[in-house]
Design a protein around this ligand. Structure first.
Ligand SMILES: [Zn+2]
Length: 375
């Protein structure tokens, strides 16, 4: 994928132009708070804005927008700026190694996929050791620029001792330094930390930005742009999966099973899918469950609309392009209670999958229940 970092000065590649402009203007007027909390859903541009602001703070030519050309800006682009320090969760064994390459590979990944997680390893945390190193560096005098920036990414993954230690930095910020604490889960930060940070709330991305991003970065047919933009729901966090994971085809498979379960006699349905590869593995069935859940949610939404609502009112649907096809399903499932019951079944099937039930049996169990044959 193309890097968006290369030309972030252009408004169309800036996911949050208003926030960037506001923070830039505060900086230019020497009114920028030294400790900021960037809060907002995953995939809405917190990372990109942090990068831009860090460059503006350290740029040697320009104070609000950064020049993009000076030595400082170029070092920042390569993540080797001596006055910009990063802290983010690393898996335990990798953190011990403390090799710069570990950090660089995380940062490079973020540069290539600025809206995705830096790592999907759930065992990654920010430990007291790594925050101490970070604090020591932030306390040093700036070497290339006149000011320093510390960026803590995925801050909710700080261990309690690390949070305590961070509090000391917030109580006595080193001179000429800025700290950005970035998280999509601000509620996991203690009140003592939150109260010392100036909170910047990141709204969801606009549909225009997401559509433009899709056009620029993926070879997607124009008629799919609207659907994918809607499915993205204001965040680019899952965009690679939505586009490259062939989301729409997978969803079609899921909807085919869903429709056929309602349409066919149970024996015919079981024969038709007895050897089907689409329900052969646990991963596939778990993914199907997520789709089925979204269909049920859409159907519940549609059945909650008042009588006489025009057919094109589908703005609350997850899969708004399936609007017409839901009609056929709703003829078979007429009550809200039934939809609710099916939603409960999804959870039960998830539990079955964790036990020894075969994926195929688990999928059948839900689909037959959906069609009312298990009751
Ligand atoms: Zn510069």
């Amino acid at each position: 994928m193309v890097k968006v970092m290369e030309d972030t000065t252009a408004t169309k590649t800036n996911p949050q132009p208003e926030i960037t402009a506001q923070l830039g203007s505060l900086l230019a007027n020497s009114r920028l708070h030294s400790s900021l909390l960037f809060a907002g859903r995953k995939g809405v541009g917190k990372w990109t804005v942090a990068q831009e602001l860090a460059k503006a703070i350290t740029c040697r030519e320009n104070q609000q927008e950064y020049c993009g050309k000076c030595h400082s800006c170029r070092q920042a682009d390569r993540f080797i700026h001596p006055d910009i320090y990063y802290l983010f969760p690393l898996p335990k064994e990798k953190e011990k190694e403390d090799k710069p390459s570990r950090y660089l590979s995380y940062l490079q990944h973020k540069a290539d996929y600025p809206f995705a997680d830096g790592s999907d390893d759930v065992t990654s945390f920010i430990t007291i050791d790594s925050i101490r190193k970070f604090q020591t560096r932030l306390a040093h005098k700036a070497s290339l620029s006149s000011r320093k920036v510390g960026i803590i990414y995925e801050a909710e993954r700080m261990l309690p001792a690390a949070m305590d230690s961070l509090l000391k930095t917030l109580e006595e910020p080193p001179p000429n330094s800025y700290l950005f604490v970035i998280t999509d889960q601000p509620r996991f930060l203690p009140e003592t930390i939150q109260s010392r940070l100036l909170r910047v709330n990141f709204p969801l991305l606009t549909d225009e930005f997401i559509a433009a991003y899709l056009r620029e970065h993926f070879p997607v047919a124009e008629e799919k742009i609207t659907i994918l933009t809607h499915l993205a729901g204001g965040s680019l966090y899952n965009i690679e999966f939505l586009v490259e994971g062939d989301y729409l085809r997978a969803r079609e498979t899921a909807f085919g099973l869903f429709e056929n379960a309602l349409r066919l006699a149970p024996a015919d349905f079981q024969v038709k899918y007895a050897d089907s590869a689409t329900i052969a593995t646990r991963d596939k069935v778990e993914r199907l469950l997520r789709f089925w859940q979204s269909f049920l949610r859409d159907m519940a939404y549609l059945s909650s609309l008042p009588e006489g609502t025009p057919d094109d009112t589908a703005s609350g649907l997850i899969n708004f392009d399936l609007r017409e096809r839901y009609g056929g399903c709703l003829q078979k499932i007429t009550s809200f209670d039934k939809l609710y019951h099916c939603n409960e079944c999804i959870e039960q099937v998830r539990q079955q999958l964790r036990r020894n039930v075969t994926p195929r049996m688990a999928a059948f169990s839900f689909l037959l229940d959906l069609a009312g044959h298990n009751l």
